[in-house]
Design a protein around this ligand. Structure first.
Ligand code: GDP
Ligand code: IMO
Ligand code: MG
Length: 420
């Protein structure tokens, strides 16, 4: 059975956690393919909200297997906190969570380096979540990393000390105060917990399950516009957030990919620095933030808010080969007299459909204004029950992108999901 991929088409926080959890009944396996604890994926059921950072969003479904793939960077201390707060016992979780031996470890000194690099950047800082993501992927690409599979080596502690010393040398160039001992304590406790889990070459496991006919969903983190290659570099994360990243981050071949589900909010948000053409620095932006509770699930930072950006959405659909669109947080747009959609960019007086290379290009969004709807839609479960103007909004997006919207999300709960 081919492997489906679900990923974000904007700047992250599109609602991946919610929709993976809602789709889980149709899958046997959920596998995270990139990113690390910079992610914050929220799920809600039985009136309780859960936020996951490293663990795939299928974990609350007994009987489903969850895999942390080789493309992920893993912080053992975050892993430990997350496992302890999940609910099910460690014994139960070891039966449904498997980790790739090839996933790289985030060391305590990676987090300190992240802080050092960001503070050194001053006004051009990226707005990193400071979870050590950039430095850990740097060591991976530089062939200096430690991997989950290394923890069983008898010389693991020596290897760790070698890596730490190299990082401490780098940190001498920065005037930064830090308490490494405190970080290290939680980190080594996390290593002990990791030893209880299956750590293996998950590419074999995934391909075996796929050939046995099991249904596998690859779960992305971040979003396409934060991709290392195709996002607004350098205001990006350090991994491949796109559909191709699922192949390298899990060890699956492109020919074995089925559907690519692209998920987007009915508007846009971004947390951290970097270009955001449709950003609303006014009371409308403030209202969207308030109605949508747009505050980061990992850092608590207020998210920047703006109208839907079609040039960015079309770009993300193109890069990922999206086959189906899922529109999230549709309920948040209820109550606006009109809703705007950016259909193209005006750059130096010219209408442009493409995202410019230059992050500093002065982009003026060209808006199409559609009639709004006032109904509370959070209780609606049938597409036909949605307000006509919302259906027109969706039809407009489908027309502009050429891809069908097959899920409309109308609330944070797993049940507040309309399947078309
Ligand atoms: P992720 O990183 O893509 O998993 O998204 P986050 O969890 O960081 O942010 C999405 C937020 O929106 C979370 O607080 C979700 O509970 C919430 N959410 C998801 N879908 C909907 C929806 O359709 N309506 C509303 N009101 N909230 C939603
Ligand atoms: P989920 O999976 C939103 C942003 C950060 C920063 C940039 C680089 O929840 O959608 P990093 O910590 O990777 O060095 O930060 O990327 N960022 C996210 N924004 N959602 C996320 O994940 C993000 N992960 C990283 O704010 O601008
Ligand atoms: Mg998030």
């Amino acid at each position: 059975m081919k492997i489906d991929i679900l990923l974000g088409l904007q700047w992250g926080d599109e609602g991946k956690g919610k929709v993976v959890d809602a789709l889980c009944q149709d899958y046997d396996v959920v596998a995270r393919f990139q990113g690390g604890p910079n992610a914050g994926h929220s799920l809600e059921f039985n009136n309780v909200k859960h936020v996951l950072h490293l663990i795939p969003s299928g974990i609350f479904h007994p009987g489903k297997l969850n895999i942390i793939g080789n493309g992920v960077v893993l912080d053992p201390s975050v892993f430990k906190c997350e496992i302890e707060n999940l609910g099910p016992s460690v014994e139960e979780l070891t039966g449904r969570l498997v980790l790739s031996a090839k996933a790289h470890l985030i060391l305590p000194t990676h987090r300190i380096l992240d802080a050092a690099y960001e503070s050194h950047k001053g006004n051009s800082r990226i707005g990193s979540t400071l979870k050590g993501i950039g430095p850990a992927y740097t060591d991976k690409a530089g062939r200096n990393g430690l991997r989950a599979g290394d923890i069983i080596r008898p010389d693991f502690r020596d290897l760790y000390e070698e890596h730490k010393s190299a990082h401490l040398m780098m940190l001498k160039n920065y005037n930064l105060e830090y308490d490494l001992k405190e970080y290290e304590k939680g980190w080594f406790e996390g290593i002990e917990l990791l030893r209880k889990f299956r750590i293996e070459n998950t590419e074999y496991l995934l391909n075996k399950l796929s050939s046995q006919g099991k249904k596998i969903l690859a779960e992305g983190a971040q979003g396409t516009m934060l991709d290392l290659d195709f996002g607004s570099y350098p205001y990006v994360t350090s991994s491949s957030t796109i559909s191709a990243g699922a192949c390298t981050g899990l060890g699956i071949s492109p020919g074995n990919v089925g559907d690519v589900f692209g998920i987007f909010k009915a508007y846009c948000t971004r947390v951290g620095s970097g270009p955001f053409p449709t950003e609303l620095n006014d009371e409308t932006g403030e209202l969207i933030r308030k109605k949508g509770s747009e505050f980061g699930a990992t850092t608590g930072r207020p998210r920047r808010c703006g109208w839907l950006d079609l040039p960015a959405l079309r770009y993300a659909i193109m890069i990922n080969g999206v086959t189906k669109l899922f529109m999230m947080k549709s309920d948040i747009l209820s109550g606006f007299k009109t809703v705007k959609v950016c259909s193209s960019y005006n750059i130096s007086g010219e209408n442009q459909a493409e995202i410019p290379f230059d992050n500093n290009a002065a982009i003026e969004p060209v808006y199409t204004e559609l009639e709004g709807w006032s109904e509370d839609i959070t209780g609606i479960r049938q597409y036909s029950g949605l307000p006509q103007n919302l259906r027109k909004y969706i039809a407009y997006i489908e027309d502009q992108t050429g891809v069908p919207v097959t899920i409309v999300s109308v609330g944070p709960d797993r049940n507040a999901t309309i399947f078309r």
